[in-house]
Design a binder for this molecule. Structure first.
Ligand SMILES: Cc1cc2nc3c(=O)[nH]c(=O)nc-3n(C[C@H](O)[C@H](O)[C@H](O)COP(=O)(O)OP(=O)(O)OC[C@H]3O[C@@H](n4cnc5c(N)ncnc54)[C@H](O)[C@@H]3O)c2cc1C
Length: 385
């Protein structure tokens, strides 16, 4: 068992850390809070800098012009990026893996522009009456000759700023439950596909979600992603990946929060000594250490499992990361807010408020904590041999 990062991984981590410490942390307070409001100049500058530091297309396979790195490298970089309470445009984003296997015309339209950072994508699985229980979605897709006709209402579309298309889940065979769900690539400017309302959320850095309606939306037959009826499986693969990646987010947030709390507690004078001299404060810092190290090793282990056998091989570990690390990260941020007193709550001075709200939101999306426990229980009760 080797707990060391390789030299190449340490180099990548150093580059990501230097990028954040040099190009982001000294400047981000003058930027708009959500990346959707960044000026074209700021976006272009950040993209150029990311390229300069060698931090683009990390997990994109080499045959598609990427660096071909693995899940471990992905979480290492995500952890460094998470230390700034702003989102990076065109950073180590992740297109749908299944698109790499799609026919060339589909790749040209929906994969390559994402890889080049020219556009983004959104995802519409959830509906007003169906979130955790995806089998209850009601949006339908009916085949008519060379195209599909989609009707329904979707909630919580994320990433719509700068996105040119949406992966929409719809029922293609109601008699088959999960196996009757398929995913379609729908251009956002398709007639009948429209936003019905914005849903602002508690994280100001995240942006605004949307509710959308699809009314007789016509989609070419070839825009079916993967096989008919494979929508749930495709979603599971994607969710396992998101879940593992959220461990990187929680790790970076916990590390940065602890660093700021240690600095503050070591310099703040109270009652004739340093704040850090008080055992109550020391214990909060040690509890933070327990949580941060648990996040680190759960996340690295999940990434290690993924690199050895793919995302479906690491279902239990990815769910552990999502179900445990987000809560552990929230505990760390909360303690750090307390250590900094009133300053801990000043959102323009310290990142804790943004960190907290961002993590709190992540506790619900990509499968809530309760759903993670449900997935974990299934894996625990029916272990793979
Ligand atoms: C900020 C944000 C962004 C999102 N982005 C997207 C997106 O881009 N695309 C998309 O499709 N969806 C998105 N979602 C939706 C998200 O995936 C759902 O919110 C999530 O799946 C939960 O579904 P729900 O909100 O309908 O809650 P429900 O399914 O109604 O569940 C309500 C609560 O009950 C709990 N619960 C449910 N079933 C059980 C059970 N059997 N046992 C115990 N507890 C249970 C859940 O954990 C939850 O806390 C986003 C959500 C948020 C908040």
């Amino acid at each position: 068992m080797d707990f060391e990062l390789t030299e190449a991984q340490r180099d990548l981590q150093r580059r990501a850390r230097t990028f954040i410490e040099t190009e982001v942390l000294p400047h981000y307070r003058s930027w708009p809070v959500t990346s959707a409001d960044y000026s074209p100049e700021l976006t272009a500058r950040l993209k150029d800098k990311l390229a300069e530091y060698g931090l683009t297309k990390l997990i994109v396979p080499r045959e598609f012009g990427g660096q071909g790195l693995g899940a471990m490298e992905d979480v290492i970089v995500l952890a460094e990026f998470a230390k700034a309470p702003r989102r990076m445009p065109g950073g180590p984003f992740a297109p749908w893996p299944v698109l790499y296997q799609a026919p060339e015309p589909i790749r040209q339209k929906y994969l390559y522009p994402v890889l080049e950072g020219k556009t983004g994508w959104s995802m519409c699985f959830t509906e007003p009456q169906a979130g955790s229980d995806l089998a209850r979605i009601r949006t339908t897709a009916v085949r008519q000759g060379g195209h599909w006709v989609i009707n329904g209402t979707k909630m919580w579309r994320t990433g719509h700023h700068g996105a040119s298309y949406t992966a929409v889940a719809a029922v293609t065979d109601a008699s088959k439950g999960y196996k009757g769900i398929s995913v379609f690539l729908v251009d956002n400017d398709t007639p009948g596909f429209e936003k019905t309302r914005d849903i602002p959320v508690i994280s100001r850095t995240w942006g605004i979600e949307q509710e959308v309606r699809l009314e007789n939306v016509i989609v070419p037959a070839e825009n079916l992603l993967g096989e008919e009826g494979a929508g749930f499986e495709i979603a599971q693969h994607q969710f396992n990946r998101f879940r593992m990646r959220l461990g990187g987010l929680a790790l970076g947030i916990a590390e940065r929060s602890q660093q700021l709390a240690v600095e503050y507690a070591s310099s703040r004078e109270v009652f004739g000594g340093k704040l850090a001299d008080n055992q109550a404060i020391q214990w909060m810092l040690t509890d933070n250490h327990f949580d941060t190290e648990s996040i680190r090793w759960n996340t690295y282990y999940a990434a290690w499992m993924v690199d050895r056998g793919g995302y479906n091989n690491a279902r239990l570990q990815s769910s552990t990361v999502k179900g445990y690390c987000i809560d552990a990260g929230l505990r760390v941020v909360d303690r750090c807010m307390q250590i900094l007193g009133g300053r801990g709550l000043a959102i323009d001075d310290y990142p804790f408020g943004d960190f907290y709200n961002h993590l709190r939101m992540c506790k619900q999306m990509e499968g809530s904590t309760e759903i993670m426990k449900m997935v974990m229980a299934r894996e625990i009760l029916n272990p793979k041999r």
